[in-house]
Design a binder for this molecule. Structure first.
Ligand SMILES: CC(C)(COP(=O)(O)OP(=O)(O)OC[C@H]1O[C@@H](n2cnc3c(N)ncnc32)[C@H](O)[C@@H]1OP(=O)(O)O)[C@@H](O)C(=O)NCCC(=O)NCCS
Length: 144
């Protein structure tokens, strides 16, 4: 089941973020997303009462952006991220966005495959995008 993220989820989300991502967002960033960012929509994927994934996307007028998406390793390749992607793409379509964009580490092949399966195209490289190791990011776009 996919449901809205709440402040009560943030201890667990912050822990998962540390496990899932190389440059994890701090709790304060999620708090801001939930309480101070009018463009943000945050959801969790809950299975048997346990959060196994989450997504944060922004709808900014005519474009949508995926801020973060992740699924715990032991639950991968079961279609959970796909369900979250379908939800956000439908939302972007309903709100008349022209495209969905995201940035992804050039080394993150599983995520790149996932995005390509969903119609995202690599359109540009953002040089030295990540602070931790200076890695480049692909800017990927899915036209709607
Ligand atoms: C990217 C990520 C969210 C995918 O989650 P997931 O739940 O495993 O994805 P799904 O099961 O919904 O995959 C849907 C399709 O995407 C593609 N895909 C997903 N993971 C893939 C992989 N490791 N290799 C190749 N293709 C993959 C496949 O086409 C898959 O369909 P299939 O399993 O029927 O072949 C997950 O790997 C993850 O959480 N990674 C760590 C966090 C991260 O890097 N997030 C992105 C930051 S930009």
């Amino acid at each position: 089941m996919i449901r809205k993220m709440t402040l009560a989820d943030l201890d667990r989300i912050t822990e998962m973020e540390q496990i899932l991502l190389t440059s994890p967002w701090p709790r304060s960033a999620f708090e801001y997303e939930l309480t101070g960012n009018p463009f943000a929509d945050l959801r969790v994927y809950e299975k048997d009462g346990k959060i196994i994934g989450y997504v944060d996307w922004w709808i900014m007028y005519d474009r949508a952006e995926i801020a973060t998406i992740g699924v715990l390793e032991e639950y991968r390749r079961s279609g959970y991220a796909q369900e979250m992607m379908d939800l956000l793409v439908n939302d972007a379509r309903e709100k008349d966005c022209e495209n969905v964009t995201l940035e992804v580490r050039v080394s993150n092949l599983p995520a790149i495959r996932f995005y390509e399966k969903n119609g995202f195209i690599k359109v540009n490289v953002r040089k030295n995008y990540y602070d931790d190791n200076g890695e480049d990011a692909w800017l990927m776009v899915k036209p709607l």
